[in-house]
Design a protein around this ligand. Structure first.
Ligand code: CTP
Length: 401
C-alpha cells in the first residue's frame, strides 16, 4: 500500500493506549505518508514529544499559546495542511469536546478549525464507551461525517472486558488508507464467504480437539476482499486475533456449526475455505467431565468424520458459488497432494502451503503458497499473509470480472 505524498495530522490524546500511536506512525511512515503530531497535555503523560518527533521526523505541536509554533505555522494552517486528521486514542473527553465544539487546547482547536476529514480511533474503559453521553457524542460526530475505527472488544488495562480497546495500528492504517486513497472497488456488489481459524470439537465440557491454526491467513483474505468492495461474511472458529475491519463475522466453535453458518450465508459469488476444520469429532462427547478412575485404562476416544465444508460448498447446484477456493495444508508431497485435493473436493482453485513445523507458516505471519488452478500451478514467493491475501483478492476480482 502506498500513501506517498499524503500527510496526516495525528492527534495523540491521553489514554493508556497512546503508546500504540507510535506503532501507527511507523506504519504510516513505512507507507510513505507524512505525519505531523499534536500531543495533548494528557497525552504527554503517556508518550513523550521526543518519541513522536523521532518517529514522525516532524515537529510535534503541543501548545496553542506557543509563540514560536504560531509564528512557524498558525493553528488554523496546521489544521488544514494535512489531508486527514486522525485522533489516536480518541478519549471520551476529546470526543465530548469535539461533539460540543469546544476549543480550549490545540487539539480541540485544530479539530474545530479544520476543513478536512477526521478519523477517530476511540479507546476508553468499557463503561465510559457504553455511557449514553459517549454514545450520544459518537452519534453526533457520525452525523457530521467523522469516520470511526474501532474500538475493539477485549481485555482492558483497567481489568475489565468489553468494547473500548483501541483498534490495532494495522486496522487504523487500513482505515486511513481507505479515506486517503479510496481503492478501486472491483468486488462492489459481490458477496464473499470466507472460513478461517481452527474448529474446536468437544471431548467433554472442559476438553476439546483442535489444531494450531491462528486464523491470520483467512482473516487477512476477508479484509482484502472487503478492501476491494466485497460484502464479506467471515465464518471464524475460535481465534485470538481481531476482527478484520468492514467484515461481518460469524463466530462458531465446531465444524458442524461452521457448515451451518456457511450454508446460512449463501448465496455467495465466491467462497474461500481457509479454515483448518477438524477432520473428526467425538462420536459421543461426554456430558460430564471424563474422570480419571484409579487403575482404569485411559479413555479411548471414538471419533467420527466431520462434514467437509469445502466439498459441500462445491457440490453442483444453484447455490454453488461461482468461484470456490480451498486451501491444502500439507506436510509432504505438497503439490501432488494439493492437486489431488482440488480434484477430490471439486473446488476451482487450491492454495497449497507447507505446514511442516520448520516452515513456521502455521501460526506465523508469512506464507509461501502455490496457487493451483485448472490452468496450472503458480509458485508465489514467501510473503506476509496480508500480501498473499491482497494478491489472492486481486485474482478473485479478475476471475469474477
Ligand atoms: N476443509 C473443510 N472441511 C473439512 C476439512 C477441510 O472445509 N472438514 C477444507 C479446508 O478449509 C481447506 C481444504 O478443505 O480449504 C483442505 O483442508 P486440509 O486440512 O488441507 O485437507 P483435508 O480435507 O482435511 O485432508 P487431509 O487432512 O487428508 O490432508
Amino acid at each position: 500500500m502506498t500513501l506517498a505524498g499524503k500527510r496526516v495530522l495525528l492527534i495523540v490524546a491521553g489514554g493508556i493506549a497512546a503508546y500504540k500511536a507510535l506503532a501507527l506512525i511507523r506504519l504510516l511512515r513505512g507507507a510513505g505518508c507524512g505525519v505531523t503530531c499534536v500531543l495533548t497535555r494528557a497525552g504527554a503523560q503517556f508518550v513523550t514529544p521526543l518519541s513522536l518527533q523521532a518517529l514522525s521526523e516532524s515537529k510535534v505541536y503541543t501548545d496553542i499559546f506557543s509563540l514560536t509554533d504560531e509564528s512557524e505555522m498558525g493553528h488554523i494552517q496546521l489544521s488544514r495542511a494535512a489531508d486527514l486528521l486522525v485522533v489516536v486514542p480518541a478519549t471520551a473527553d476529546l470526543l465530548a469536546k469535539m461533539a460540543a465544539g469546544l476549543a480550549d487546547d490545540l487539539a480541540s482547536t485544530v479539530l474545530l478549525a479544520t476543513d478536512k476529514k477526521v478519523l477517530v480511533a476511540p479507546a476508553m474503559n468499557v463503561r465510559m464507551w457504553q455511557h449514553p453521553a459517549t454514545a450520544a457524542n459518537m452519534a453526533t460526530l457520525a452525523a457530521r461525517g467523522v469516520a470511526v475505527v474501532g474500538p475493539d472488544e477485549g481485555a482492558m488495562a483497567c481489568n475489565e472486558f468489553g468494547p473500548g480497546r483501541l483498534a490495532e495500528p494495522p486496522a487504523i492504517l487500513a482505515a486511513i488508507a481507505r479515506l486517503l486513497a479510496p481503492a478501486p472497488q472491483p468486488l462492489a456488489g459481490r458477496h464473499a464467504l470466507v472460513t478461517s481459524g481452527p474448529t474446536h470439537e468437544p471431548i467433554d465440557p472442559v476438553r476439546y480437539l483442535a489444531n494450531r491454526s491462528s486464523g491470520k491467513q483467512g482473516h487477512a483474505i476477508a479484509a482484502a476482499l472487503a478492501a476491494l468492495g466485497a460484502r464479506v461474511t467471515l465464518v471464524s472458529g475460535p481465534v485470538a486475533i481481531a476482527d478484520p475491519p468492514g467484515v461481518r463475522v460469524v463466530r462458531v466453535e465446531t465444524a458442524a456449526a461452521m457448515l451451518a453458518a456457511c450454508q446460512a450465508a449463501l448465496p455467495a459469488d465466491v467462497a474461500v475455505c481457509a479454515a483448518a476444520v477438524a477432520d473428526w469429532r467425538m462420536a459421543n462427547p461426554a456430558a460430564g467431565k471424563i474422570k480419571k478412575i484409579p487403575g482404569a485404562a485411559p479413555p479411548v476416544l471414538a471419533l467420527v468424520p466431520n462434514p467437509d465444508i469445502l466439498a459441500t460448498l462445491c457440490a453442483p447446484g444453484p447455490a454453488r458459488p461461482r468461484l470456490v477456493i480451498g486451501f491444502a495444508a500439507e506436510t509432504a508431497e505438497l503439490r501432488a497432494n494439493a492437486e489431488a485435493k482440488r480434484a477430490r473436493k471439486g473446488c476451482d482453485w487450491i492454495v497449497a502451503n507447507d505446514v511442516s513445523p520448520e516452515t513456521g507458516i502455521m501460526g506465523g505471519d508469512d506464507n509461501a503458497v502455490h496457487l493451483i488452478t485448472a490452468e496450472g500451478t503458480e509458485d508465489w514467493p514467501r510473503l506476509p499473509k496480508s500480501e498473499v491475501a491482497t494478491r489472492l483478492a486481486a485474482r478473485i476480482a479478475a476471475a469474477l470480472a
